[in-house]
Write a protein that binds this ligand. Structure first.
Ligand code: DAK
Length: 261
């Protein structure tokens, strides 16, 4: 994969580790960083050697402290709308990657950083991580999907409280309201994310992929349409080797050997 200036990428035995790497600006997302994330997501979507993805931030202080305020401050309305649409498109790519994506939140996840974490499938946080959508204190709403994904994750009332007050919450509160899946000590964060990724990889890759698509598709529609989609992909799985192997392994009381086919 090409060289990046604002992020690093490493394929560790099938787990792709993406590190947003602008620690001096607390990994704030400027146009170059978003462009690199965009390019990387396109590449990962086609890369069968990467089975799961972990996104984290460089340094011990921040996951991502938001979209870059210095970059956004002089924008016109037209530029602001284009920036929001671009960011949303990049985060949609993350949300819809075929691979499972885990955010390993190592510090501040504010504004666009919280939105980035929410575009991932699962969030594991260091106990010192802080979350928030402080945009209302800057005279804007979140622009990278935050109003929508936060309300879907934690409910309308809690989302509005976070959006209106611009308050930061700690990892324990984020866990309590369902914004993060798990909290660990900072030094255990990457191991915990890797362990979660390895557990997911031990399951049927196709099964996981279909679960992801069904949850994502279904939550954007009504229950009837969502369960109809589920029935379709459920049926399709019976044309796969993973389904035959998974059920045969159960009946033969052995470990399944999934091929993702
Ligand atoms: N952007 C740019 N630089 C940032 C930054 C950010 N979001 N966050 C931190 N930095 C920079 C600081 O300016 C400082 O740079 P130097 O002064 O050293 O050059 C360096 O990182 C270290 O930060 P601090 O000195 O402030 O560190 P502290 O420990 O004192 O404080 C902090 C840490 C995270 C509490 C603080 O830095 C902070 O409050 N940062 C801003 C957090 C924030 O408000 N984030 C939300 C950003 S707004 C939209 C599109 C997108 C969005 C919205 C709309 N549309 C187009 C509609 C998204 C918006 C956002 O994400």
């Amino acid at each position: 994969m090409s060289d990046y200036q604002n992020l690093t990428f490493e394929n560790q035995d099938g787990i792709g580790i993406v590190t947003i790497n602008r620690p001096k600006a607390l990994n704030a997302l400027n146009a170059d960083t978003m462009g690199e994330l965009d390019t990387l997501m396109d590449a990962l979507a086609k890369d069968a050697s990467v089975k799961a993805v972990i996104i984290t931030g460089a340094g011990d202080k921040a996951f991502v402290a938001g979209a870059d305020i210095a970059y956004m401050q002089p924008m016109t309305a037209v530029e602001g709308r284009a920036w929001a649409k671009y960011g949303q498109a990049v985060f949609n790519k993350i949300e819809n990657l075929p691979q499972p994506v885990i955010a390993a939140v190592n510090g501040f996840a504010l504004g666009g950083g919280c939105e980035l974490a929410m575009a991932c499938d699962i969030r594991i946080a260091a106990d010192k991580a802080k979350f928030g959508q402080p945009e209302s204190s800057l005279g804007i709403p979140p622009g990278f999907g935050g109003t929508q994904r936060l309300a879907r994750l934690v409910g309308k009332g809690r989302a509005k409280e976070l959006l209106f007050t611009a308050d930061m919450i700690d990892a324990a509160e984020a866990y309590r309201i369902g914004l993060v899946n798990k909290i660990v000590a900072p030094e255990e964060l990457m191991d915990a994310a890797q362990a979660m990724a390895r557990k997911i990889l031990s399951r049927s890759p196709l099964g996981v992929q279909v679960c992801k698509a069904a949850v994502n598709e279904g939550l954007d529609t009504d229950l009837e349409t969502g369960v109809a989609y589920e029935a379709e992909v459920f049926g399709l799985c019976f044309a796969t080797a993973d389904q035959k192997e998974g059920m045969a392994a159960f009946l033969e009381k052995r470990k399944a050997n999934f091929t993702g086919k």
